[in-house]
Design a protein around this ligand. Structure first.
Ligand SMILES: [Zn+2]
Ligand SMILES: [Zn+2]
Length: 340
């Protein structure tokens, strides 16, 4: 079975690995697509920090069920599914109360647990296999994971349709946030994104207020749109000091600031910026199964266009056309077509 095995910094090799077999409660997938994301990029160029070594990576994948382990019900061979890579322990307080995405002992398949999706076959837990309806292709299925990150964040902020919302950062998570906001009827959305390429993608998706934070007055625009109040919801999907500052300062009194990024380095904050305006800080990690279901429903309804911001590469080209293209900002979102 051909697979991408991670050995360490800038060392990802396409190799033959043993074909996995499904244990009890598991299913075996013939993988369709596996998306590359920021954490893959980080681990490859600046890690390894939390990825395991000498294992198959990839945590954003879809596939077709080809074999059922013992005791699996609700799935049949031939089902096309999106894999949810979180592996919660099932026993801790968070797991017992349904908040398994913040499980104390959770691992993530294809990151710090083996068996990732950059392989011709992968085995996943049957309860982590989300069936894709007819209208949702395998390529879209591999986008469910990052879109679920955005969906979970937006659902934590629970915006109403009339709010003024600013999104800092229009990478794949920012795009997902934009789509999730629009799916909730939010129309007054300002997006701040320094990359012209990413800004163009947002405009094509229908974002009409896409600003360049290096040259445009983002917070001035927000104030002008809100009679000087600011956004009632600011979402930091960039995770750097500049976006964090802008998110805090552009937020209205008693508004919410949603942190929806993993920060590469600490950021500083004067707490008075929160105290004196009673701004709320929300954070969001990963997703739960309900976020997967919501994203799959949005994809099936055609509300989530994916053509303009996603490109496909072959497994053999995962480094050059995948990771390197992402690092050099020649690509926005890359799906590895594992079958090619
Ligand atoms: Zn990811
Ligand atoms: Zn747990």
């Amino acid at each position: 079975v051909r697979a991408a095995v991670f050995y360490g910094r800038e060392d990802l090799r396409i190799e033959d690995v043993p074909e996995p077999a499904p244990g009890p409660g598991q299913v075996k997938l013939r993988v369709g697509f596996n998306g590359l994301c920021g954490s893959d990029l980080h681990e490859f160029y600046a890690g390894p920090r939390f990825y395991g070594s000498e294992m198959v990576i990839g945590h954003e994948f879809s596939g077709e069920v080809v074999e059922l382990g013992a005791g699996v019900s609700g799935l049949v061979e031939g089902d096309r599914v999106a894999a949810e890579p979180l592996l919660p322990c099932g026993a801790c307080h968070q797991c017992q109360t349904g908040e398994y995405h913040v499980c104390r002992r959770s691992a993530m398949q294809g990151c710090n647990a083996p068996g990732g999706g950059l392989a011709e076959y992968a085995v996943i837990r049957a309860d982590k296999a989300h069936i894709l309806p007819q209208e949702v292709g395998l390529a879209e299925g591999a986008l469910v994971e990052p879109l679920a990150v955005a969906e979970h964040g937006v659902s934590r902020a629970a915006p109403s349709a009339e709010e003024l919302v600013v999104v800092h950062g229009a990478g794949p998570i920012g795009v997902g946030v934009f789509l999730a906001l629009r799916a909730r009827g939010v129309e007054r959305i300002v997006v701040a994104e320094p990359s012209a390429q990413r800004a163009a993608v947002l405009r094509e998706l229908g974002g009409y207020t896409v600003l360049d934070p290096a040259n445009d007055d983002v917070n001035g625009t927000l104030m002008a749109m809100s009679d000087g109040d600011g956004a009632t919801l600011s979402i930091d999907a960039a995770g750097v000091q500049a976006s964090f500052d802008a998110a805090v300062r552009g937020t209205a009194k008693q508004g919410r600031i949603l942190l929806l990024a993993t920060y590469g380095a600490p950021v500083s904050l004067n707490p008075n910026e929160l105290v004196m305006s009673e701004r709320h800080v929300l954070s969001s990690k990963a997703y739960r199964s309900n976020d997967y279901r919501a994203v799959i429903a949005s994809l099936a309804s055609g509300r989530y266009p994916t053509e303009s911001w996603v490109q496909h590469v072959k497994l053999a080209d995962v480094v050059d056309a995948g990771l390197r293209a992402l690092r050099d900002q020649r690509a926005m979102k890359v799906l590895v077509d594992v079958r090619s």
